[in-house]
Design a protein around this ligand. Structure first.
Ligand SMILES: C[S@@+](CC[C@H](N)C(=O)[O-])C[C@H]1O[C@@H](n2cnc3c(N)ncnc32)[C@H](O)[C@@H]1O
Length: 262
């Protein structure tokens, strides 16, 4: 789920029917953002030696692709939170009756109003979601929930070049003006109270992993919604986003940022 469909700086600005439609489209995907299990594990490798029974939060978990990957590759307990009930329900169903059921708690909630005690988490994870609060603002707010020296790992939209063509600059200005270069994001992480530990750009195939499965669900989704205006708009917006990515991918992408609470 990319930013033109989900850039809710204030999630109350969504109308119920738009919210439901977005949920109905994206819940059918394994992931709601650019992704790759390998990159998740690479980022996890920078998060130090997690203690036994580590407490982990996955914020903006979507349908939980990375949550499940994290659970298989860590000990301890993960609390996965998302605003979209269609996604949390999907994740609950996926883990019901599996071993992971006891190690993952799925909550409906907002990233700007988290239910954790201060200094209680070893690791905060968030793929493709912190933009909904803003990178620096989210990092600053989440910091209080981390134990001293706890880790944060997030992906964030990032410019790869100092300048870029007007069409793609305009697209991001409309959808997520917070996109910036790696040095700017690293500086923001420091200002928010973290030691930057590592960052790396997610390879192009992570975007293809995300976009490719959509091709199979456009038609069934439109059919289900009788090709009505809102469903057609949603599909058109997504197709435009995909096409812009194919044209301009050398200029932007997601970068993983890993930091340690200072
Ligand atoms: C790009 S998707 C990423 C989902 C998942 N982490 C992944 O990588 O597949 C962004 C997610 O953030 C969630 N989200 C948006 N605003 C939120 C908020 N205020 N609180 C919690 N989750 C939110 C969306 O519902 C969506 O699942």
């Amino acid at each position: 789920m990319q930013l033109n469909t989900m850039n809710n700086e204030n999630h109350t600005t969504f109308h119920d029917h738009e919210f439901a439609l977005i949920g109905d489209f994206f819940k059918n995907l394994e992931r709601q953002g650019p992704c790759c299990p390998k990159q998740t594990l690479k980022a996890l490798g920078f998060c130090g030696e997690l203690p036994e029974n580590a407490r982990i939060a996955d914020i903006g978990c979507g349908t939980g692709g990375q949550t499940i990957n994290l659970a298989w590759n860590t000990d301890g307990h993960i609390t996965a939170i998302d605003l979209m009930p269609a996604f949390t329900e999907n994740l609950r169903q996926k883990i019901a009756g599996t071993k992971l059921h006891r190690r993952i708690t799925v909550l409906d909630g907002s990233m700007d109003d988290l239910p954790f005690a201060a200094n209680s988490l070893d690791l905060i994870w968030s793929e493709g979601a912190i933009s909904h609060m803003g990178f620096e603002e989210g990092l600053r707010y989440w910091r209080q929930f981390l134990k001293p020296s706890g880790y944060v790992a997030v992906t964030e939209a990032t410019w790869f070049t100092p300048s870029r063509p007007a069409e793609i600059a305009e697209f991001w200005k409309e959808n997520y003006p917070g996109i910036d270069t790696i040095p700017a994001k690293v500086a923001a992480m420091e200002r928010a109270g973290y030691f930057p530990v590592a960052h790396f750009a997610m390879p192009e195939y992570c975007w293809q992993n995300y976009y490719r499965p959509m091709e199979d669900i456009f038609e069934p989704f439109l059919l289900k919604h009788d090709y009505n205006g809102p469903s057609q708009d949603l599909v058109d917006n997504i197709k435009r986003e995909v096409s812009l990515y194919q044209t301009y991918k050398e200029f932007y992408g997601y970068t993983f940022y890993i930091g340690r609470k200072a």
